[in-house]
Ligand binder design. Structure first.
Ligand code: EPU
Length: 339
């Protein structure tokens, strides 16, 4: 249980953008009972409930008139192990990257490409986190969630989660499901995913011919550290926009105009464009207005140089969106949840 309760607490330490807004009520849940208590308390006080994990996918634009519940449940356990495939379960409040490191220390492969992603285990399925050719869905075995409408626990398998690019049932039915713990299918003889050029290149440069999952993890940590700002040093929420899907016709037209357009054809005929390329090409990379800016090394990342408000960051995002529509006819969708 153990629930810490504060009134009008600053959420600055609880969102990686470092935006300073207050929560009307703030609580932490260390287990399922703590979660239920918080739900009851929110109902008693007539407040909505806002559940957060690591706060790495949030843009808070004003004080939050809600009970903000931070998931702080901990625990990692191996549920099954046949010598090759291992079923691992982690509580929602476990920080993501330490879980990846822990699994690698146990000799388990599967999570290495998802190294250094900020956030928590419980938040990972919400947007089906992904990087360097692997998405959560590729290692996902199941999860347990609380149905906030009925108070019942429900188990979800892979299909039921309806995972898609940075999307899931839980994101679509926002506010209904509260993820309590997640299960992963890992392997003692993993298949490595090295299709993403820079990862292979990095390993080659380091003279690593037959990499282990830990080698891949180290390479990915190095690549991420070079391009993506550390939220502890510079407020940010990772990629601020999704890479947009456009129809083949528009992609072809853009390609004609911009031969260096970065585009990835999809199985369904659509084409995914690199939003970072579009934003850089439109001249926004390194742009700064007050304390809100576009990272100078990765145009897909908006940053808070210190005192930017969520409102200012959102304003900058909207200016970029309008400009990308005007210049390329492409709509960019925000990745973080706007509160
Ligand atoms: N690019 C530019 N300019 C930029 C940024 C990117 O031209 O400022 C070009 C790159 O040169 C490259 C292409 O865009 O050709 C793709 O760039 P990159 O490989 O850096 O990946 P991304 O599309 O910018 C996505 C994810 C990241 C993930 C990386 C690696 C999304 C929204 N973002 O970024 O995820 O780490 O691929 O797999 O899909 C996140 O979601 O927070 C995140 C960091």
């Amino acid at each position: 249980m153990s629930r810490v309760l504060h009134e009008n607490l600053s959420l600055k330490p609880y969102n990686t953008f470092g935006v300073d807004v207050k929560a009307r009520l703030f609580a932490e849940a260390r287990d399922d009972a703590g979660v239920r208590e918080a739900i009851d308390l929110a109902a008693q006080r007539g407040l909505p409930l806002l559940v957060i994990g690591g706060g790495s996918n949030l843009l808070l634009t004003r004080d939050v008139e809600a009970l903000v519940l931070r998931m702080a449940s901990r625990g990692i356990r191996i549920l099954a192990d046949d010598g090759v495939t291992v079923l691992l379960e982690a509580e929602a409040g476990e920080p993501w990257h330490p879980l990846v490191l822990w699994s690698l220390e146990q000799g388990l492969g599967g999570l290495e490409n998802l190294s250094l992603i900020p956030g928590t285990v419980g938040a990972a399925p919400m947007q089906n986190i992904g990087a360097y050719g692997v998405e959560l869905k590729d290692v996902f075995a199941g999860l347990t969630a609380l149905d906030r409408q009925t108070g019942e626990l429900r188990e979800f398998d892979l299909d039921e989660c309806q995972f898609a690019y940075r999307d899931s049932l839980f994101k679509r039915e926002a506010g209904r499901w509260l993820i309590l713990r997640v299960r992963f299918k890992l392997s003692r003889s993993p298949l490595l995913h090295l299709d993403y050029g820079p990862v292979r290149q990095r390993l080659q440069d380091e003279g690593i011919g037959s990499p282990s999952p830990s080698d891949v993890s180290r390479a990915i940590c190095a690549i991420r550290s070079e391009k993506l700002p550390d939220p502890a040093l510079l407020g940010n929420a990772g990629s601020f926009f999704k890479n947009p899907l456009v129809d083949a016709e528009l992609a072809q037209r853009l390609r004609g105009e911009y031969p260096d357009l970065v585009a990835y054809p999809q199985a369904d005929g659509q084409v995914k464009l690199a939003a970072g390329w579009l934003i850089e090409r439109a001249g926004w990379k390194g742009f700064r207005d007050g304390d809100a800016g576009v990272h100078r090394l990765q145009a897909l990342v908006l940053v808070n140089y210190g005192a930017a408000t969520g409102h200012q960051l959102h304003g900058l995002a909207q200016r970029i969106q309008a400009d990308i529509v005007a210049k390329f006819g492409v709509a960019l969708e925000m990745e973080p949840n706007l509160i």
